[in-house]
Design a protein around this ligand. Sequence first.
Ligand code: DGL
Length: 262
Amino acid sequence: MTDAPIGVFDSGVGGLSVLREIRQRLPSESLLYVADSGYVPYGEKTPEQIRARSRSIARFLIAQGAKALVVACNTATAAAVAELRELHDLPIIGMEPAVKPAAQATRSGVVGVLATTGTLQSARFAALLDRFAGSIQVVTQPCPGLVEYIEQGELDSARVRELLHGFTRPLLAAGCDTLILGCTHYPFVRATLQSMLPAEVILIDTGAAVARQLQQRLEAKGMTAAGPSRPCRFWSSGDPATLQRTLPVLWGEPGVVELLPD
Ligand code: DGL
């Protein structure tokens, strides 16, 4: 039993979609969240740049007393989770596009993956397809530009819809009936996306599965908190005021955001 907090990070606000699932599943746990918004988007950075940011944020969260880390970012998981696990001896949960559940859910046999360029180009994603795609056809779609709007809390504007339309059109034309939201920012435009798609198209993300996995890891190690939890602490490497403004919508309640120290 340990009341130490869990450290969660992403390139920006996307990981808040995972943080919400963690809070719901593990309400007794205290949470720390770093939005690396000064360096967003990770999707267009090199793996070495992402590893450098991930090393630095992991060190910061561990210095704040984190007992476990959640890399709430598919792109950072692909580039950095293996190295973080070599460097630090604590549970580190990563995340990857939900290819396995999508392959089980599809009826047309064609699955689309919306994700960042970095995730789709990674060796980890190629290995994921080798492992779980089987006879399913997987069509990938990078979504440049979308993360930047979501960072500003813009989730349902005409230009967001136009982008989403452009990204999903080729997937629908290819016969996809199941779309994987392979970036933690995208669940925030889920309702917009769903309203634009034929009703039978299923959207799948991994936030809830990550929270479940975190719970299992903590329980297996006897590391769960008894509670009550302390309020979540937030840091941003970008403008803290921007995150503070979007928190009520993206996190569901207001919070104080500090500047992430260099
Ligand atoms: N939210 C991130 C992910 O899950 C990355 C978005 C970005 O910074 O490009 O991949």
